[in-house]
Design a protein. Structure first.
Length: 392
């Protein structure tokens, strides 16, 4: 009787241990599967789960048929990581960013990877007049307003919906007079990672009052890899014969000037660094390149800019239906922030190509209008397509 009891007990105990082991193994596989995509990019989902302003932040993964990956957080509608193949077929992260929401929230540079609004770029002295009424905005860039004011779209938590493995839709309602802008603005931004390694960003907005709108994305790129150092040997072409010169506060003078014979001529390939230190008033005013280029008339199938990473062979083609492109050479990167991969955001280690309307358009009648009226829909699309140049 005792022998039978012992045998039964041993069998039950062994079965229990095996069952627990199987459960632990199954749980581990599930956990591994859940973290696989983001771990490959060196970014953990849990670091992006936080409550801000009563809303939940998160991290979303887009992946295409060739395993290129884009990571996006709904905190600021930010592009966190973008991995595309280099000339050797290795996936390289070409976007500078942080590995947590806290990193973005505490950064001395608030715009890494962010959706920018309501008005991308600068508005002189934080003032504009619309329909005979004067509006005053918060001046967060010296005497001017930059990228929407004190709390632009980079600091809000967007409602997010993953449509499919390659598409994420973000939604935000900016209330009337938020940051001083008139009208309730309802905004939808859609990120799509295409199978040809193109990241498409589509914007839609509607208003219930006349207002001004200029939406863009402020990804910081380094085509050699986000921790690879200087971008000065990147080669750039921009399809623009004209640009908008700026004063010492970065506000356009109102003139459209030819790039010919200046350091702003990128109509043929030039490296970022070969003329950036020349004695030139505009380079002095911008601390380098931080200027709006007036794009030539073009079809949406024509790239308005092309950038090539000198080490990786990665080529980025930029497409847009917007009239301008702000080229920024990372002049205010000061090494104060610790980024993904535990490296600093050192001087000129990333660049931006912001598709947009011109800076200060509400105060510059000769510039293309940024007015949006009730009943209209603001629509624009920009694409960053990546390929490989195998030339040594």
């Amino acid at each position: 009787m005792n022998t039978h009891f012992r045998s039964t007990f041993l069998l039950l105990t062994t079965a229990g241990i095996l069952g627990m082991t199987a459960c632990e193994s199954t749980q581990k596989k599930t956990d591994d599967k859940d973290s696989l995509t983001t771990a490959a990019a060196g970014v953990g989902v849990q670091q992006f789960k936080k409550e801000i302003d009563g809303k939940q932040t998160d991290l979303f993964t887009l992946i295409n048929k060739d395993s290129a990956k884009a990571l996006i957080t709904n905190y600021g509608g930010r592009l966190v990581s973008l991995k595309v193949p280099d000339k050797e077929g290795k996936l390289v992260d070409v976007v500078a960013g942080f590995d947590s929401v806290t990193g973005y929230k505490d950064s001395t540079e608030p715009y890494f990877g962010a959706t920018i609004g309501r008005y991308g770029n600068r508005i002189a002295k934080g003032k504009f007049t619309l329909d005979g009424k004067d509006y005053t905005l918060f001046t967060n860039n010296g005497v001017n307003t930059l990228h929407g004011g004190k709390k632009g779209f980079q600091d809000v938590v967007w409602d997010a919906k993953q449509i499919n493995p390659q598409t994420l839709q973000l939604h935000y309602v900016s209330e009337d007079m938020e940051e001083g802008f008139p009208g309730q603005l309802t905004v939808t931004v859609t990120y799509t990672l295409k199978d040809d390694n193109a990241l498409e960003i589509s914007y839609e907005a509607k208003t219930d009052k006349n207002t001004i709108v200029n939406l863009t994305n402020h990804a910081f790129f380094n085509l050699n890899g986000e921790s690879s150092g200087s971008i000065l040997n990147h080669q750039v072409m921009i399809n623009a014969d004209l640009y908008t010169p700026i004063d010492s506060t970065f506000i356009p003078t109102g003139k459209l000037e030819s790039v010919k014979g200046t350091p702003f001529d990128f109509t043929s390939p030039k490296t970022i660094g070969e003329r950036i230190e020349l004695k030139n008033l505009q380079l002095t005013n911008g601390k380098g390149y931080d200027h709006n280029f007036v794009l030539k008339k073009h079809a949406n199938t024509d790239p308005v800019a092309t950038v090539r990473g000198d080490k990786s062979g990665i080529v980025m083609h930029v497409y847009t239906d917007q009239p301008g492109l702000q080229f920024y050479s990372g002049n205010f990167m000061l090494g104060k922030n610790t980024m993904k991969g535990n490296h600093k955001d050192d001087f000129r280690t990333a660049f931006a190509m912001e598709t947009q309307h011109f800076p200060d358009s509400p105060n510059q009648p000769s510039f293309p209008s940024t007015l949006l009226k009730p009943g209209e829909t603001y629509r624009t699309k920009s694409v960053y397509r990546f390929s490989v140049d195998n030339v040594k």
